[in-house]
Design a binder for this molecule. Structure first.
Ligand SMILES: [Zn+2]
Length: 307
């Protein structure tokens, strides 16, 4: 490209057309810098210019956290049965199918057992790209089975949240998951379990109002949006302007809702340190194979699920 067509302004960059392939470049929503996708990927999807944490999916977190990318999935086959036969502009079943094809997952959470720096752990990772990380009966059931597994094997439990809230397509079934997961967590806690939550962008609605905020230790990624109702709704309700940084991780840290903000680079080490600190490192825990990965529950008792 001739030199006189190049932009001289610092914030605007010009690339030769041949350098730009589909999806090779991403624009950072925080600093507006155009970043090369491969470089971003090598940097755990943290902007190399301003450290903005891009949203990543459950497979990215598996690569980031688990030793050798090795894990055993818990309740892998549970999927929604559309109990209400819900239809709005689209049929719920069609929405589910599209999300499955887009993400390669059966629902908005992946539950598994793996190792972090050699310490066995049960991990649940929500995926915002699957219908906005919404919490329906499958998310509830999978997380519940993960908690049971952590309790049975005396392992620490980590849930990485990313959610727009309850899944409205499952109506009251979705709301029931808040109580279901919370009661499982109480039982796990009584058994001496260690529960750590990692709140990522965004963690909102029913997820925040239940298990996201129940961690013994609550970590958050920088600048993650964390809240219950949306800022616009709150502003309209109270009729006042909201303070700067409202519902961001740093604001919540200041107010005591979050214990620590963790750069993705440090997440694996910090989790391992916490396991050690709370005496979950170093023990040789029983490592029995999961012979019944569906947990053997019958769909009669779980009308929202197909197992
Ligand atoms: Zn940036």
């Amino acid at each position: 490209m001739a030199e006189w067509f190049r932009r001289k302004t610092e914030k605007i960059k010009t690339f030769d057309k041949r350098e730009i392939a589909e999806g090779m470049w991403l624009k950072c929503p925080q600093c507006q810098e155009v970043v090369y996708r491969n470089m971003l990927e090598e940097n755990y999807f943290i902007c190399t210019n301003c450290t903005h944490h891009f949203r990543i999916n459950s497979d990215n977190y598996i690569q980031l956290l688990l030793d050798n990318n090795d894990y055993e999935e818990i309740a892998a086959k549970v999927q929604s049965a559309d109990p209400l036969q819900f239809q709005a502009t689209k049929k719920y079943t069609d929405q589910l199918q599209a999300a499955k094809e887009k993400t390669g997952n059966l629902d908005a959470v992946k539950t598994l057992k793996g190792e972090i720096h050699g310490i066995p752990v049960v991990l649940a990772i929500m995926d915002f790209s699957f219908i906005g990380g919404s919490m329906g009966s499958v998310v509830g059931e999978k997380i519940s089975q993960a908690i049971d597994r952590a309790e049975k094997d005396h392992l620490p439990l980590v849930i990485i949240t990313a959610s727009g809230g309850a899944r409205m397509q499952e109506g009251a079934y979705s709301l029931m998951q808040m109580a279901k997961i919370s009661s499982k967590l109480a039982k796990y806690s009584d058994s001496g379990g260690l529960y750590i939550t990692v709140l990522t962008d965004p963690t909102t609605g029913g997820t925040t109002a239940s298990f996201a905020m129940l961690g013994d230790i609550i970590l958050a990624e920088p600048n993650a949006l964390i809240g219950f109702a949306g800022a616009r709704v709150i502003k309209q309700t109270i009729g006042e302007d909201l303070p700067e940084g409202f519902q961001r991780a740093e604001f919540l840290l200041e107010k005591g809702f979050v214990d620590h903000i963790v750069n993705r680079h440090d997440l694996k080490k910090i989790l391992a340190d916490l396991f050690f600190f709370f005496n979950f490192g170093g023990n040789n825990h029983a490592d029995k194979p999961d012979t019944d990965s569906t947990g053997g529950i019958s769909s009669d008792n779980n009308p929202g699920l197909e197992i």
